[in-house]
Write a protein that binds this ligand. Structure first.
Ligand code: AHG
Ligand code: MN
Ligand code: MN
Ligand code: MN
Length: 324
């Protein structure tokens, strides 16, 4: 495969799909990539520098904030505030939406991100990642909560960085899903996975059954079909790693609601929406606890949670059949 960088790839996509592009999106992607390279550098050295462990703070989610959560969030916030093309952002680690009104030209993009996904795995050196979701707003759109919090179907791009055995970027602008692998000797993400499509069916199911007895009967019935159906269980506990494996190998992932968390644990705007956008672009399905498209969910607030089920068409339809 020719060595194609992300920026070269996005230019080729824009030539084909949006010839009037202004370069704003390319500039945003460049700053996202730089952020990820800086986060990746710290992730790979985490055991050697003082960046492991908790900060002692609790975030809006009620979670212990890890030092890497904080670091990744500060890197992303700084870059998105200064890239000149973002007018508002939402982060897992920021209680409120952040409106960016630098003097001069207002940016046309809104971004939601999970700066570091899989924090509980950091100390164990298990793959973690960064997830992002991008919307476009016109120059004269008032930056009200209603105009910023939109359905996932209105995303113009979404993706994730995966800090694993290799550091990868997987993204889509609505014209297929493309994977890039960071070549440290060049310092660039180079195209490694052209137009990813999820297999129609797969043998893995991915679920944390700790709260099984608190699930709805339908979710219990659905997961039982996989537990006793010859499927192999794979659960990393970093959503971005479980997603990436499901995308490449097929199968199904489920994080249902339970009696304690009636909307499940995963967050709509910076986990479920971006990954659902990618899953549908790759020919898979992504639904909530009623079997409805995640991308049609109307956000009520920036940290809204949702039950999240995604994967190969065959397995998601099988899961849905348990809902009668
Ligand atoms: P984050 O680290 O960004 O807070 O996300 C954690 C999420 C997701 O990454 C992971 O799949 C899930 O929480 C794991 O939840 P359980 O520990 O309940 O399985
Ligand atoms: Mn968290
Ligand atoms: Mn997360
Ligand atoms: Mn996170």
């Amino acid at each position: 495969m020719a060595e194609i960088s992300v920026i070269e790839h996005i230019h080729s996509m824009q030539l084909k799909w949006s010839p009037t592009a202004t370069g704003q999106f390319t500039s945003l992607l460049h700053d996202l990539i730089l952020s990820a390279k800086i986060i990746s550098r710290s992730v790979t050295k985490a055991g050697l520098v003082d960046i492991l462990g908790g900060t002692g703070n609790i975030n809006i989610q009620g979670e212990q904030v890890q030092k890497l959560d904080d670091f990744a969030n500060s890197v992303m916030i700084y870059r998105m505030k200064n890239c000149g093309v973002v007018c508002a952002l939402g982060s897992e680690e920021e209680e409120e939406l952040v409106i960016i009104d630098n003097a001069g030209e207002r940016g046309n993009y809104v971004i939601f991100f999970d700066p570091l996904d899989g924090s509980s795995n950091i100390e164990a050196n298990v793959s973690i990642g960064t997830i992002f979701s991008i919307y476009r707003v016109d120059d004269n759109t008032a930056l009200t909560k209603e105009n910023i919090l939109r359905k996932g179907s209105e995303q113009v791009a979404a993706g994730y960085f995966l800090y694993g055995p290799s550091t990868m970027l997987v993204y889509s602008t609505g014209h297929g899903v493309y994977g890039f692998t960071l070549d440290p000797s060049v310092g660039e993400f180079l195209l490694s996975h052209e137009n990813i499509k999820i297999p129609e069916t797969g043998k893995y199911y991915s679920v944390n059954a700790a709260n099984y007895d608190k699930w709805a009967k339908e979710d219990q019935r659905a997961v039982d079909m996989f537990t006793h159906g010859g499927y192999s269980l794979r659960y990393v506990g970093s959503l971005v790693a479980d997603f990436h494996r499901t995308l490449l190998y097929g199968g199904i992932y489920s994080y249902p609601a339970d009696m304690k968390n009636k909307n499940g644990k995963l967050r709509l705007l910076y986990e479920a929406n971006p990954l659902s956008f990618l899953m549908e672009q790759a020919g898979g399905l992504a639904v909530n606890g009623q079997g409805n498209r995640i991308l049609e969910t109307m956000p009520e607030h920036v940290h809204m949670r949702t039950p999240f089920i995604f994967g190969s068409v065959r397995e998601v339809e099988k899961y849905r059949s348990a809902f009668g």
